[in-house]
Write a protein that binds this ligand. Structure first.
Ligand SMILES: C[S@@+](CC[C@H](N)C(=O)[O-])C[C@H]1O[C@@H](n2cnc3c(N)ncnc32)[C@H](O)[C@@H]1O
Length: 247
């Protein structure tokens, strides 16, 4: 079943896919600045947390899903020096920014290839990758069970998925403050920085409509992942889930 990623309600997949393509193709060049400003720099700490939870060795082949402008791929490259990283995204304009960073040496000598890939239909062979990384990706996908099944398929047995995503603060007061920030301030900041207010109304709505920590873990379990754990960041505004493909 596919959903509208802005509401969580059943809808044709094309509705969300076309919208997300438009949004990220439009904001690609300003995306990184928006991230830095809107999260008050917290997204760097979340990425560092993701690296601590990701077990990646020098012989590993890594697939970065919804890689965007390459932040996760380049952070993995510098922190872990794996054998190779395949950085993929639905939107070529986002990957163009990543390619430019790569040309400037962002991967510290680690080979990285870039390809336009819809995570719901991954064009790679079964059991190809040791680790899959994905930050702020799954929330934008209208058919999440299918995307997770595809990730499970291309992972080697024993391989892991490391997923950073916005989540739900368990504390009621913190959640209320955060919801206010999402609804009112995110569209304001986003509009100011990128000129595309609507894209940020979408961002806020998609975060609100996304399952909480346990909900995402259940989706992963239903797709066939095991040993699912998660860690909250900034009081649960973000969470990093780690899930394994059974041996
Ligand atoms: C918020 S950005 C995150 C980019 C990057 N991971 C980061 O941490 O900066 C979300 C990305 O998901 C991509 N995306 C959305 N739907 C996708 C899909 N079905 N398959 C692959 N990528 C997708 C978008 O194009 C966008 O680049």
């Amino acid at each position: 079943m596919s959903i509208d990623t802005a509401t969580g309600k059943e809808a044709p997949a094309e509705l969300s896919s076309e919208r997300v393509k438009d949004i990220f193709a439009t904001i690609a060049k300003k995306y990184e600045r928006f991230n830095a400003v809107s999260s008050f720099g917290a997204y760097k700490a979340w990425l560092a947390g993701m690296m601590r939870q990701a077990s990646i060795g020098p012989d590993d082949d890594v697939l970065d899903v919804a890689g965007g402008t390459g932040d996760v791929a380049f952070t993995v490259a510098r922190a872990k020096h794996p054998r190779h990283i395949q950085c993929t995204d639905l939107v070529n304009e986002m990957l163009d920014v990543a390619r430019a960073h790569y040309a400037d040496g962002a991967a510290d000598g680690v080979p990285v290839d870039f390809e336009v890939v819809d995570a719901q239909n991954i064009p790679y062979a079964d059991a190809t990758y040791d680790v899959i990384t994905m930050a702020y990706g799954i929330r934008n996908m209208p058919d999440r069970p299918r995307a997770l099944a595809e990730m499970l398929r291309v992972l080697k047995p024993g391989g892991s998925l490391v997923c950073l995503e916005f989540s739900t603060p368990p504390n009621r007061v913190w959640r209320a403050l955060y919801n206010f920030y999402l609804k009112h301030l995110i569209p304001f900041w986003g509009g100011l920085i990128t000129g595309d207010r609507e894209g940020f109304v979408y961002l806020a709505r998609s975060i609100k409509a996304f399952p909480d920590q346990q909900g995402l873990a259940t989706l992963m379990e239903d797709a066939g992942f095991t040993d699912i754990t998660w860690k909250n960041y900034t009081g649960g505004i973000a969470a990093v889930h780690v899930a394994k493909k059974p041996q």
